[in-house]
Design a protein around this ligand. Sequence first.
Ligand SMILES: Nc1ncnc2c1ncn2[C@@H]1O[C@H](COP(=O)(O)OP(=O)(O)OP(=O)(O)O)[C@@H](O)[C@H]1O
Length: 323
Amino acid sequence: MIELHGVHKRFATGAAALDGVDLSIPKGEVFGIIGRSGAGKSTLVRLLNGLERPSEGRVTIDGIDVASLAGEPLRSLRRRVGMIFQNFGLLASRTVADNVALPLRIAGVDRGEIARRVPMLLDRVGLGDHAGRYPAQLSGGQKQRVGIARALATGPDILLCDEATSALDPETTRSVLALIAELNRDLGLTIILITHEMDVVRQVCDRVAVLHAGRVVESGSVGDIFLNPRAAETRGLLAEAGDGAVDLAGYKGAVVRFTLIGDAVWQPVLTHIARDTGVDFAILGGRIGQMKDKSFGQLTLGLTGGDIAAALSALEAHGSVSR
Ligand SMILES: Nc1ncnc2c1ncn2[C@@H]1O[C@H](COP(=O)(O)OP(=O)(O)OP(=O)(O)O)[C@@H](O)[C@H]1O
């Protein structure tokens, strides 16, 4: 369990990067931290791996106060907390295998053990046959896989991903996120994913916290936060991700937001209700997609004509309706 209690971080310049953050991240969860540039995401990561100390408050991992550690206990904590970065952080002059071996060398693991472990780590990320290549000979997605193998080398139980897919195209992002989800499932790793992209959170996270100006403005399950955002900052991020609706000023019909989850997405709900009630539906906005393992649909609907009250109660029988 990772916990932040009343965490503030102020820099000597007077900048407050974090301004009273409380968070609990249970073991084995994929937890997203989303926010715009400058929200405090990277500062939060640096507190988790002991690179910075809070100005106030406590960051604990399994009850251990990270800021209280120094020397070997701090090194041992860092071995438990693997990290991957937006720019991969690979050494250009070393082969893939050497890059992955580096944390093991630093930890003092003997040569034989390194030679045994590195191929297993590369197999784990699907790069078993790339051991002798150099980073410049790899695609972005492959470089990030090497970054992941290196992060796994010391056998961590937590993986911090700081904008790990921000430099990748959408298809490669999907495959790297699929690998991250697999590591969570197979190895039980707790994963903290820092991102400014809603789609990244939607694809793999169980829960999410929205960070704005150093504060958590809302947090909860990805379904709750994405389908019923309360904070203006979350709504803004969702609108930018294409989850908005057309301008409704001047629209004459009744407007509702209709949310379907799971198999209900497959049902021809609107055509049935239209036939039964005589109501015409206009689709004014929305999205049908996948949230981790669940399908969802959220539509902004305009209703005109027919028996509107009957249509609304029929919609409620299939999903949730809000105005
Ligand atoms: N070492 C530092 N000294 C002074 N101010 C800092 C320092 N590190 C971060 N800040 C400030 O703290 C705030 C939060 O920065 P941080 O890098 O944590 O944000 P972020 O959400 O990760 O942004 P980005 O996505 O752009 O990296 C910013 O206003 C930044 O200028």
